[in-house]
Design a protein around this ligand. Structure first.
Ligand code: GAL
Length: 331
């Protein structure tokens, strides 16, 4: 979701009726609203290509598109999780497209594995120099888990660039933008700084919760604290959400547990985090947005929106409401 000149723009994966699976047949769809209740269909913002030489060829995977506006260049920059046609989820890339109009058409520019040739800021010399290889260890053994924590996959992907699957974008108060993505075989989140024009990675990045197995990151700032709500990794099936907190975007991030309370708290009310929307014109008003995936009939996927509430310690929590509206935030 992007708020621009009085209007919310909602970007999402376009699904096709009657078509199973998650291959992109059309591209990224955009809707707009001035009140979050009534929506206009703005059509396709980014289209897949028929050209077999394009990485964005129809049949690739496009997930979790996010758009940010760069005030200095006047450009809208879209980043998304991009998997290449015929390669399952192996490529683990992030794609980028730009437009002068918020609703598009966005022009596809490139897809990358980020931060090639750069070490994470919070990586030690010992971690850089360790020589244990993924093939030396049995997956999920204690030694393997320890090695993952110590950067096994960061080293493996150092030359070619890091993996980037579930992702979101965040612009901080100083205008700097960050790309937050599930990396290292979905075992560790990376927070990467974007360049001033938001169109490339600077090479500054940190690892968050190494080996924590988190994905679906969503992020917001409240009372000078950064909060991230993400999920565990169980594919299309929902699991318990995870709340993290930090004093600065690059961390250190502290794990605070499951932000959900009540019935179905362990499956995030049958949903998975996707974005946290600050509501314009209302104080301390944030909407937790989540996806209900329906892989057998993806177009039947649904959205869960819940108001973020704050407990005695000032930390966010989520509870289920059958019904609520924006007046909730005026209480
Ligand atoms: C989920 C992820 C989704 C999608 C799916 C594919 O874990 O959050 O965005 O990538 O896996 O299986």
């Amino acid at each position: 979701m992007l708020f621009y000149e009085g209007t919310y723009y909602w970007f999402g994966e376009h699904k096709v009726k009657g078509r199973k699976g998650n291959k992109a047949q059309v591209g990224v769809h955009c809707y707009s609203s001035t009140d979050l209740y009534n929506w206009n269909d703005e059509g396709i913002a980014l289209s897949v290509k028929e050209d077999t030489s394009s990485l964005l060829e129809r049949g690739c995977v496009i997930e979790r598109p996010k758009v940010i506006y760069n005030e200095n260049t006047g450009e809208f920059v879209m980043w998304f999780h991009h998997e290449l046609k015929g390669r399952g989820y192996d490529a683990a890339m992030t794609g980028m497209a730009v437009s002068d109009n918020v609703t598009g058409p966005y022009v596809y520019k490139k897809s990358v594995n980020p931060n090639a040739g750069h070490w994470p800021e919070n990586f030690t010399g010992e971690q850089k120099n360790a020589d244990v290889q993924p093939e030396d260890l049995k997956s999920w053994s204690d030694e393997w888990k320890k090695a993952v924590k110590n950067g096994l996959f960061v080293r493996r992907d150092f030359e070619e660039g890091q993996m980037s699957r579930d992702m979101t974008l965040y612009i901080d108060d100083d205008g700097k933008a960050y790309h937050i993505h599930a990396s290292e075989e979905n075992l560790t989140l990376h927070i990467s700084e974007l360049s001033e024009d938001y169109k490339s990675f600077t090479g500054n990045y940190v690892r968050v919760q190494p080996g924590g197995h988190n994905e679906a990151p969503s992020i917001f700032k409240h009372n000078d604290k950064y909060y991230m709500i993400c999920s565990g990794c169980t594919g299309w099936d929902p699991n318990a959400a995870r709340l993290l907190m930090a004093d600065s975007i690059m961390g250190k991030w502290e794990y605070l547990g499951n932000p959900c309370i009540g019935e179905r708290k362990d499956i995030t009310f049958d949903a998975q985090s996707t974005y946290i929307l600050p509501v314009k014109g209302k104080k301390d008003a944030y909407i937790f947005m989540a996806d209900r995936w329906r892989p057998k009939n993806p177009i039947d996927g649904r959205y869960v929106w819940l108001p973020i509430q704050f407990n005695d310690k000032g930390h966010p929590y989520l509870e289920w409401f059958d019904k609520w509206n924006l007046d909730f935030f005026d209480k």
